[in-house]
Design a protein around this ligand. Sequence first.
Ligand code: NAP
Length: 488
Amino acid sequence: MTQAKSHTPTVLVLGAGMSGILAGIKLKEAGISTFEILEMGDSVGGTWRDNTYPGLSCDVPAHSYDYTFEPNWRWKSTYAEGPEIYAYFKHCSDKYGVTPHVRFGTRVTSVTREGELWTVLSADGVKRQAQIVINCLGVLVHPMEPDIEGLQSFAGPRFHSASWDHSVSMDGKRVGVIGTGSTATQIICALADRTARLEMYQRTAQWVCPNFDTRRPEWLRQLHRAVPKISWAAGRIQNWILESTFCQAVIGNQRMKNILLKLCLRHLAKVKDPVLREKLTPRFELGCRRLIFSDTFYDAIQKPNVSLVTEGIQRIEPQGIRTKDGQLHELDVIVTATGFHALDYTRNLVIRNEQGQSLGEVWAQGAQALRSVAVAGFPNFFMLIGPHSPIGNFSLTGISEIQMKYIMSFIDRIKSGEVKTLNPKPEAQTRYNAHLRDGFAKTQWVTGCSSWYLDKNGLPRMYPFTPNDYRREMKDPDIAEFDVTATA
Ligand code: NAP
């Protein structure tokens, strides 16, 4: 038997956010330096670079959100703030030597399979080729502006939460925030003490759970920095708490759901005015949409200068927002915290296979992948946080690490010369997606609400089992699930 000849594959990683940096770190760890990371922005960090709105923080505890191999950051609180997380990912990119591989200002426009290679074109006209592509473009990237009449007619500053205009002072201003999601909630808490008048425009009331955030004294931050094992252990404990409560509740554990419901109702009871409390009471089951975690929202919304507007927006006018009851709310600034074109993996990007089919066409009836990381018909094309990743019930960083380990097991086989290409078998992909469908019915996500968690068929776009199930299923990558071509 002849020994397969080892060969370092060329790899293109799309995006230098949390998952792209991770991909770079793991490729380097495997001795692969023949990779480039194509990044549209001028710095690494993805969503944590782009989102800079006041109050931005992560609702997953800090030690569950950092990489397990780089745990000892001096987080200021139980939940990290946006600028801290951005600094953390920049630090990891530099420390692990990923930054020199990043090509900044490179917006990828197409990814096309040509023969045995992927050809990647960017907006600057540069063409690159590689044997492997890893798509790390993220899931909440493209801001969604609301479809409201007169949006452009407002005379004052108006911007989306993901493109915050820091040249506009909020101090002493009359500010309208459209939306009631995690983002709007954080903005309201941050601006309540700074604005003359702050109005939150609510279409749908949301469940808000206390997050028991605590600031850390300096000595504790230093201890975490000095002793990585303490931070690592804190991360495992936080994961365990998260996975035994919230993660269980959203996938159908009624006992956990009822405990969280009690907690949320007790939190809501902090709202003294029964009329306001009624308006803030959600009409859908807890966990159907992403739960909002905030200790301070109900205090903020009850401040004398803050109001909840529930009459519905009729249109936006040069002076402010006119609600359906005919009232004009005069404003100096409008913020649209109206979310994202979530999980829109092929937005502004054409990914085409050798047969000329685009991924957008293949996914016209809903995105499907094999174990979220590979797609039948698209050989040597991998994704981090792809379709049906456990993003509704687990930390994105943890998911990326599990998925990258799985992907690296195949890249190692390519590197060792054992195989040349891997293409998921359609029947393996179909079987995997049927398995996911078995879990959907039990989840809270299908209990009757509109949400970006659901696809156009009303099916969850998330993994419907426990994080432990996911770890188990991803633990032993099975090459039999792929059609492979061997190296000549
Ligand atoms: P979102 O959850 O999608 O909320 C968008 C809000 O805008 C909703 O309240 C929606 O109302 C409202 N809206 C949209 N169009 C509207 C219109 N035409 N008129 C009136 N209201 C309109 O967006 P998000 O708050 O930016 O959060 C998106 C995701 O980002 C979250 O689910 C979460 O995963 C993530 N996030 C995470 C953190 C964190 O701490 N880790 C922080 C912020 C965001 P309806 O509810 O009626 O549709």
